[in-house]
Design a protein. Structure first.
Lengths: 302, 424
């Protein structure tokens, strides 16, 4: 089990003083699906980016904590008592990923010249290595240093294959792509380059399926999807939760995807804060009444 | 830009030196005359044109201390010149011996020896070279020329002549030798001259592509980072001929390189693919130029480069569509990626159209690594350093994909990867 805890989170644009988040409190546990809704500019995407460690935002107050239970990363990684809670704001984006945080981007980058397969296998192996480093015993240090000195010699070719070899990875990738009903040719294409909007989103879910995060933040994964692909993507999200126990924080504008990915909790964000939380019925109410209704209710009674 | 403003190397050069070079190569009288005329012209010739932006000459060729860099009688090199049996791949002295008529017809016909100061200097002093002759209908793969410079200065010349409906693939590489006796010898001879390890390399390449022939010429310049390099490569494409260039630059402290095709025959084509990666204080001045002078000609210019540390790059691309060049297709793109805030890059794509029946495009961009791209990769677990390296290697891929010579592509890929791994 893992639990992501946003506590009194304040953030602003790094090269300005525009405040965007003004005290966000939110908890997402493994196996739960949360929907985060709200009008444009309310701070939903910023919340996602701050969790991932986007350099354009500066956290001015509050914390983002990740709590891990024993066995979160399987038998091979021993999590000591003093390694159970992490303030992920102190960590680099790749270290956050190693701890099981995943951000599905609203606008995934198009990376020319880097194949999906190469990228994802690199990411998977880096994640495994980084995790070992973060949780490694003091005793193990020496061995590792020796290894590293050898691998990083500039005269060597690319470092060793990594934990997951090419053949093994191909198999993992193929299975996951079949599950998501993706064309296998995607594997040899350049990362998102020339992908349609829907293909990019499908690819985000594929990457989550391969990296097996503890908590996945999905920023408008439903935008730009036609109905068929919306179903594929929704199935992918549901199996992340059902098969891997991933906790999902799903940012969306629309009720539509919530018909396929039923949320346990729905939160409404207004002006950089969570203004209201409820169950799935809250999303339906929003669909009928819009956000002004929440605004009136919250500020009207304040 | 008068000759008087730069170091007058020619004041130290003598007819006698030129005679000695020509004599050792057993050259005929007319070649010696061409060399002597070039030598004689030095005092009146200008340096090659360079890009100028307000208040700045990007490449200052006048500052080079030619007088001490140029050491005409002590040239030393290791050279491999190999090719398949079907084609003739000859060292310059062999070509002089066996193909005088061919040389008489083509030497200096594409690049005028007196085009500028540095071409004239090269013509007067070159002591080594290769002549590649491909007879009619012959398909010659895998001509490779490797030059390892072991002296203070080295002047090289390459001539490629393809007869009708032949084809050839050529890879020419330059590097600097580890041990260079001659270099050390010439050091002790001269007094307080430039740094002991500085060198000057000069190369002229002429390609005469006959009707319906196909020439792929790849160049990989990986000279020492103490070296200066002046290179001019130009091809003349006859009817339905194709000349494809690959121009890769990784070495030298300063390179001035031009790669050019004259599309003189109807239906002729040319592609110029360029790649460079400058770091430390390297300076690359790269020109890619094509002249459309006949009907139905096609040109495609694609260059990608990286600058890091305090390296500078300047690129000029010219597509010149002549008045009689009906039905021209001409495309040009150049992209420079700057890895450091202190590196500099300037790009100037020029399109000159004198015939309206032309489809053309040209573009150039200079940018840095996209932070969103980087975050996308690191947020999936990839280490920042690896993510950056993947982005840089990926940046070169569109150019690498255009390289049909496998050996060159593999070499270049490896050199790029090695240079990236040197970095933090």
């Amino acid at each position: 089990m893992a639990r992501l805890e946003l506590s009194n989170l304040h953030a602003e644009v790094a090269d300005g003083d525009e405040k965007i988040l003004e005290g966000v409190n939110l908890e997402v546990k493994s196996g739960e699906i949360h929907a985060l809704m709200g009008p444009n500019g309310s701070g939903k995407s910023t919340t996602a980016k701050v969790i991932a460690g986007h350099p354009a935002y500066e956290v001015t107050e509050g914390e983002v904590l990740l709590h891990l239970e024993e066995g979160e990363f399987g038998d091979e990684i021993e999590i000591d008592d003093d390694q159970r809670s992490w303030n992920i704001l102190d960590l680099e984006p790749n270290e956050r990923a190693a701890l099981g945080i995943f951000l599905g981007f609203q606008y995934p980058a198009e990376i020319e010249g880097v194949t999906m397969t190469n990228f994802l296998r690199t990411a998977l192996n880096a994640k495994i290595d980084e995790r070992e480093e973060l949780f490694e015993d003091e005793d193990a240090d020496e061995d590792d240093e020796e290894d590293e000195g050898f691998e990083t010699s500039p005269m060597e070719g690319p470092a060793d294959e990594g934990e997951v070899g090419v053949a093994e990875f191909q198999q993992i990738l193929q299975e996951k792509m079949e599950e998501l009903d993706m064309d296998e040719r995607f594997a040899q294409r350049y990362l998102n380059a020339g992908f349609s909007g829907g293909e990019k989103k499908q690819n985000e879910v594929l990457q989550a399926a391969i990296l097996e995060p503890s908590i996945a933040v999905l920023d408008e994964i439903d935008s730009g999807l036609d109905i068929d692909r919306l179903q594929d993507v929704s199935n992918g999200i549901n199996s992340l939760r059902d098969e891997q126990g991933t906790g999902i924080l799903q940012i969306t504008h629309y009720q539509r995807i919530l018909d396929y990915v039923e949320p346990d909790h729905v939160h409404v964000m207004l002006d950089g804060q969570i203004a209201k939380s409820g169950d799935a019925s809250l999303a339906e109410e929003l669909e009928d009444k819009g956000y002004d209704w929440v605004r009136e209710e919250v500020y009207g009674t304040a | 830009m008068s000759a008087a403003t730069h170091t007058e190397v020619h004041a130290n050069l003598t007819d006698e030196q030129v005679r000695q070079i020509s004599d050792e190569l057993d050259e005929p009288e007319w070649l010696l005359e061409t060399r002597l005329e070039a030598l004689d012209a030095l005092s009146e010739l200008d340096m090659p044109d360079v890009i100028r932006t307000p208040g700045r000459d990007w490449t200052n060729l006048h500052e080079l201390d030619y007088e001490s860099l140029v050491d005409p009688l002590n040239a030393a090199e290791n050279k491999d010149q190999v090719g398949p049996e079907e084609a003739e791949v000859l060292a310059w002295s062999e070509a002089v011996d066996e193909h005088e008529e061919l040389l008489k017809e083509h030497f200096g016909s594409v690049v005028d020896p007196q085009e500028n100061y540095l071409t004239a200097l090269s013509t007067a002093l070159f002591s080594t070279g290769t002549v590649i002759y491909v007879p009619e209908g012959v398909d010659a793969e895998g001509v490779t020329i490797r030059t390892e410079q072991n002296s203070r200065s080295l002047f090289n010349y390459t001539l490629v002549v393809t007869e009708e409906s032949s084809s050839v693939t050529i890879l020419e590489r330059q590097s600097t030798g580890e041990d260079s006796e001659a270099l050390r010898a010439s050091d002790s001879a001269s007094g307080d001259e430039p740094r002991a390890d500085e060198q000057y390399y000069s190369g002229i390449v002429e390609i005469v592509a006959g009707e319906n022939s196909n020439v792929q010429y790849g160049s990989l310049q990986n000279l020492s980072e103490e070296a200066y390099n002046f290179t001019l490569k130009r091809g003349d494409a006859d009817t339905y001929a194709t000349i494809d260039w690959i121009e890769a630059n990784l070495g030298t402290q300063l390179t001035k390189s031009g790669v050019e095709t004259e599309l003189n025959g109807d239906g002729s084509e040319s592609q110029i693919v360029g790649a460079f990666y400058g770091h430390n204080d390297q300076h690359f001045d790269i020109d890619a130029r094509v002249w459309h002078r006949a009907e139905h000609t096609t040109a495609d210019l694609v260059t990608r480069g990286v600058t890091d540390d305090v390296a500078r790059s300047v690129y000029e691309g010219v597509q010149d569509v002549g008045r009689d060049a009906w039905d021209t297709s001409s495309y040009q793109r150049e992209n420079t990626l700057m890895l450091s805030d202190e590196s500099e890059a300037d790009a100037s794509p020029k399109l000159i159209i004198n015939n309206h029946d032309t489809e053309a495009s040209h573009s150039a961009t200079v940018g840095q690594i996209d932070q969103e791209d980087l975050l996308y990769m690191t947020s999936r677990g990839v280490q920042p350093r690896d993510a950056r390296n993947m982005l840089v290697e990926g940046f070169f891929v569109p150019v690498l994909e255009e390289i049909a010579v496998d050996e060159l592509r593999d070499d270049l890929e490896e050199l790029i990867a090695a240079r990236l791994r040197q970095r933090d």
